[in-house]
Design a protein around this ligand. Sequence first.
Ligand code: AMP
Length: 286
Amino acid sequence: MNIVKTVRELRAAVAHARSEDKRIGFVPTMGNLHDGHAALVEKASQRVDFVVASIFVNPLQFGPKEDLASYPRTLEADKERLLQAGCNLLFAPSVEEMYPHGLAGQTLVSVSGVSEGLCGASRPGHFDGVATVVCKLFNMVQPDLAIFGQKDFQQLAVIRTLVSDLNMPIQIIGEPTVRATDGLALSSRNGYLDAVQRSAAPAIYRTLSDMVNAIQAGAADYSKLITAGLAALQAAGFRPDYLEIRQADTLKAATAEDQQLVILVAAFVGSTRLIDNIAFTRTLSA
Ligand code: AMP
């Protein structure tokens, strides 16, 4: 696996792969890699000839009171994981390499619609930061396809919209969320949890699963379901940020007629904010 830190080296390595007629796949990450990230890289290596991963903790997508400074940085362990998963090229730039003119004057890419509400409401500017860095990375790598996790469901919707609205010739693939055996979605932020918080954390997925089961059993009063779900989260020691039932494709509020649904949650345990979701097809009762 080749490791590069500059855009110039990245472009040269990708150009070399292209000269050998290789199809390029791309997996952007913020590092501190776990099995969820590895699954994306493995998927990419099955689908293309040359897999590029990036590790960059993007300051543009963190709010002033968020965890930019404490976000785990574990480059040596990450390199080993990427190698095992089939990555060919790792791009690990500095902040100066990505934003040579600083953050303040940076041109921003703003995706409307799907970036509003949910995490977009709780984290102002977050999706502008995500869309901007992904747009830059796409222009640097120019991959044929890029793979993202469904764990960040709204982010995936933002990227799909970005690529469609700006006519980028890149296929976007969403991969299922990888979970711990107790259901907790793997996340770099799980490392912030102490033992008590970690043992409470599966309540997030349990609450989502209970809501899906209730809907499949015929429950149609979504506001009542949400009230019950919020109470379950609170009882488990969480401070819910949001819990919503939306249309899976548009992220608009779900109506009783919609079949493609997603239930999305963000909740704090202590100062750690965790997100999760389940997308599913509602089986209409006869
Ligand atoms: P991050 O490093 O958190 O920015 O995530 C990089 C990519 O990995 C994003 O596309 C995430 O959606 C994806 N990802 C993070 N956690 C998981 C997980 N548990 N399962 C699948 N994909 C994930």
